[in-house]
Design a protein around this ligand. Structure first.
Ligand code: ZN
Length: 285
């Protein structure tokens, strides 16, 4: 057994026997590790867990070769606790990123991905309410890109025509399964695919690059687009619950009542989506 000391971010914890918990922890060097924390419930502290979800801490655990579950020896929270629990929208945004990571069973370390997740959590804790959806979506899109599912938004995946021109007013479609945009000419036979107009195209590109714009319109359509892309490419074994939660807490557009579900439509963006390439995400600086 090797004693490992690693910084990490708690993605999720759940009970394991009467007095123990399993912690799913994202680390920069080992991807997601599963730690069993014995006796944590006996302390009777608030929340029972040694750290809170999305809090960063220094984890010490005994790692056995060939084993998936390691034994937590010590955990030391770093800095102030992240107070996401008091704000459902911010917590849901962070949970969305956690669900995508957990669905992928990330086994390899990725320092850059780790820093990105930290940044998303920190921004979700601190930004204005209006920016929470943008950071949630950007957290999801860019995390997918790190996991190998980077959508092609700069040019048509069929004919190669540039799609990121400033004055381009055409409406493209996103081929979710193929992983990128189809220009109007190439999508004439694919009218079932979600529409992506010039505004949504710019917003998507910024979200993937980790520069979330203020999203004022088409909120629910944006959520649906990311959800469809994640479902197509991650093919999760469990339902991704954060998307529905995000819709209920944040996905309302101006002038639309949160209760008026029957009138909700996917403004401007499509109802269905397809697939993407496996490239690294671009640097956001
Ligand atoms: Zn084309």
């Amino acid at each position: 057994m090797t004693l490992v000391v690693s910084e990490g971010t708690l993605l999720r914890s759940y009970p394991y026997s009467e007095s123990s918990q399993i912690l799913k922890v994202l680390t920069p060097g080992r991807g997601i590790v599963s730690l069993i924390a014995r006796g944590t419930k006996k302390r009777g502290a608030v929340g029972d867990a040694p750290v809170q979800s999305f809090e960063e801490a220094l984890f010490t655990f005994g790692a056995k070769p060939g084993r998936e579950l390691h034994t937590l020896r010590d955990v030391q929270p770093r800095g102030a606790p992240y107070r996401l629990a008091g704000d459902l929208a911010r917590l849901t945004g962070a949970s969305l990123v956690a669900e995508l990571l957990l669905a992928h069973h990330l086994e390899d370390g990725d320092e850059e991905l780790y820093r990105w997740v930290r940044r998303v959590v920190e921004r979700l804790c601190s930004v204005q309410e209006a920016e929470v959806l943008g950071w949630s979506l950007s957290g999801g899109w860019r995390t997918l890109a790190f996991l190998g599912f980077l959508p092609e938004l700069a040019s048509c995946i069929s004919c190669g025509r540039r799609r990121d021109g400033e004055g381009d007013r055409e409406v493209d479609r996103l081929d979710i399964a193929a992983g990128g945009l189809l220009c109007p000419q190439c999508s004439m036979a694919a009218l079932h695919l979600p529409r992506v107009g010039p505004g949504a195209r710019r917003e998507l590109a910024a979200l993937v690059e980790g520069r979330p714009p203020l999203i004022r319109r088409g909120k629910r359509a944006h959520i649906s687009l990311l959800e469809a892309f994640a479902l197509e490419h991650l093919a999760p074994s469990r339902k991704l619950r954060a998307f529905a939660a995000l819709r209920s807490v944040i996905g309302t557009d101006p002038g639309k009542s949160r209760c008026d579900a029957s009138k909700r439509r996917a403004d401007g963006l499509p109802a269905r989506v397809a697939e993407g390439g496996r490239k690294r995400p671009p640097h956001s600086g």
